[in-house]
Design a protein around this ligand. Structure first.
Ligand SMILES: [Zn+2]
Length: 478
């Protein structure tokens, strides 16, 4: 997958430390498509941090869909800090703060910003993605299939609103369930419309994002997939619902993967990559070892990286950085700091006997062996190369057996780092992949993602997984 992350449009920036810039962890907004003549759909994922079906579906929409007509705006990671901490809400339930919020609430700015996006004139319809318990049924069937459950439902706050278009919420929700119910893995998974009749006095639902939108005459729906499924199946169903809504809005799109359980699984878990400093370092961490040592980060400079998808977060931790992908901790990066050399962008290699140029940031598939062509003034370091005693490892034919397996980037022992230095300065890195796959992550646009700064308290609580405790969670929806 060679797709670029779309331009990240919303970012709060403030400098904290003198040695590098940090940002508070914050949500991103991705604006896809540009045809202002068409309709605009706004999709929100991750309002609660422990609902990975919703935020993974939204992230796939942001990175793997191309909008051909109309527009789709995606906020895939609204409650990003809670996502990486695997908590419903580290500062309480974000979806209960839309009616009233005090200025001192740590989420005041988040709420203000997302409200502005929701009420943007261009937005025609709003979807808030959730993973809910059990299976909603209009009448009681059994303990997990009944009116108090949330899974597999399209939620409306009232039957219709006085919006100029798309105000027939009940009718639209019905149409969506009809379409999606043609693509179920099992009859049990069928979708129903759930009306919370919020205006008639549901105090909890009156505090939610969708009701805020609806009160402002903006058509909005809650979308609930069942927590009974593994993440990729939840995302699959969410994407079915999203595509059904896009069809109703006349939004045309292309998708880069097949919409099947397996297609979605691969799309979620294979695309976990990071590029630092405009690709001088590229790490494919989809299957990374738990610790990656001696990563040549830039001395006394802001740490600038670009993730391959918006659920990736780099969080400072003792001696290094933790890499998160949504709810998952991927790896830890232990840096070694270098001055950087910017005098070259590439090296020449022989791969299985064939000569080719490799730009920094490339990952090159190798069948048998590779050799880095000597380059005057530069020194090559193949990380883990067994034959010691050389300062420059160019001009040597190297096979997989010549590199110590424990130095691979990936757990399977296939991906290795080739680093280029000029005197004591680091110039750049390419990866060689003995499983044969070529890839890269082209940071052609200025890098705009940076280190997330957490308060000491937030850092401290990373030790334990702060998954929502059970108890009253049982029927907690949206
Ligand atoms: Zn929810």
């Amino acid at each position: 997958m060679k797709r670029l992350l779309p331009v990240v449009l919303v970012h709060l920036l403030f400098l904290v430390s003198p040695s590098f810039a940090s940002r508070p962890i914050d949500f991103t907004t991705h604006k896809l498509g540009s045809d202002r003549e068409g309709n605009t759909l706004l999709v929100i994922g991750g309002i609660q941090g422990d609902e990975p079906g919703g935020f993974n579906a939204a992230a796939l929409l942001a990175t793997e869909y191309k909008i051909k007509r109309g527009s789709v705006w995606v906020v895939p990671n609204l409650n990003f800090i809670s996502i990486i901490k695997r908590s419903r809400g580290v500062h309480g339930d974000l979806n209960r703060k839309f009616a009233k919020i005090v200025r001192s609430d740590p989420e005041f700015d988040t709420i203000s910003k997302v409200k502005r996006i929701i009420l943007d004139d261009q937005v025609d319809l709003v979807l808030n993605l959730h993973d809910g318990s059990g299976f909603y049924r209009p009448t009681y069937v059994d303990r997990i299939h009944n009116p108090h459950r949330w899974g597999q439902s399209i939620i409306i706050d009232e039957e219709k609103i006085e919006a100029e278009r798309f105000g027939e919420l009940g009718e639209i929700a019905k149409q969506i369930t009809t379409v999606v119910n043609h693509n179920l893995f099992s009859e049990e998974h069928s979708y129903h419309v759930k009306n919370t009749w919020t205006k008639l006095g549901d105090m909890e639902m009156a505090k939610t994002l969708t009701y805020y939108a609806v009160r402002n005459l903006k058509p909005a729906f809650g979308v609930e997939v069942s927590k009974s499924f593994p993440t990729h199946k939840r995302a699959y169903y969410h994407l079915r619902v999203l595509e059904a809504f896009m069809d109703i809005l006349g939004i045309e799109y292309e998708r880069s993967f097949s919409l099947s359980a397996n297609g979605v699984k691969k799309a979620i878990y294979n695309n976990v990559k990071l590029a630092f400093y405009d690709n001088r370092i590229f790490l494919d961490v989809a299957n990374a070892r738990r610790r990656l040592g001696y990563i040549p980060l830039r001395k006394s400079a802001e740490i600038v990286y670009r993730p391959s998808n918006p659920l990736i977060a780099l969080v400072e931790s003792d001696e290094g950085y933790r890499v998160f992908h949504g709810n998952r901790r991927i790896t830890r990066i232990y840096p070694q700091y270098f001055e950087y050399d910017f005098s070259t962008e590439n090296i020449t290699m022989q791969i299985d006997g064939e000569e080719r140029k490799a730009a920094f940031g490339d990952m090159l598939g190798v069948q048998e062996s590779f050799m880095i062509m000597p380059k005057k003034g530069y020194r090559i370091n193949v990380i883990g190369f067994k034959r010691t005693g050389r300062s420059d490892e160019s001009g040597v034919i190297i096979g997989q057996e010549d590199i110590m397996r424990r130095f691979s980037v990936d757990k399977s022992g296939n991906i290795f780092r080739v680093e280029v230095y000029k005197d004591d300065k680091f110039s750049g890195m390419v990866l060689v992949n003995f499983s044969g796959e070529n890839d890269n992550l082209i940071a052609s646009e200025p890098s705009d993602d940076s280190l997330f700064d957490l308060s000491a308290k937030e850092k401290a609580s990373f030790g334990k997984d702060s998954a929502t405790s059970s108890g009253k969670v049982l029927n907690l929806g949206r």
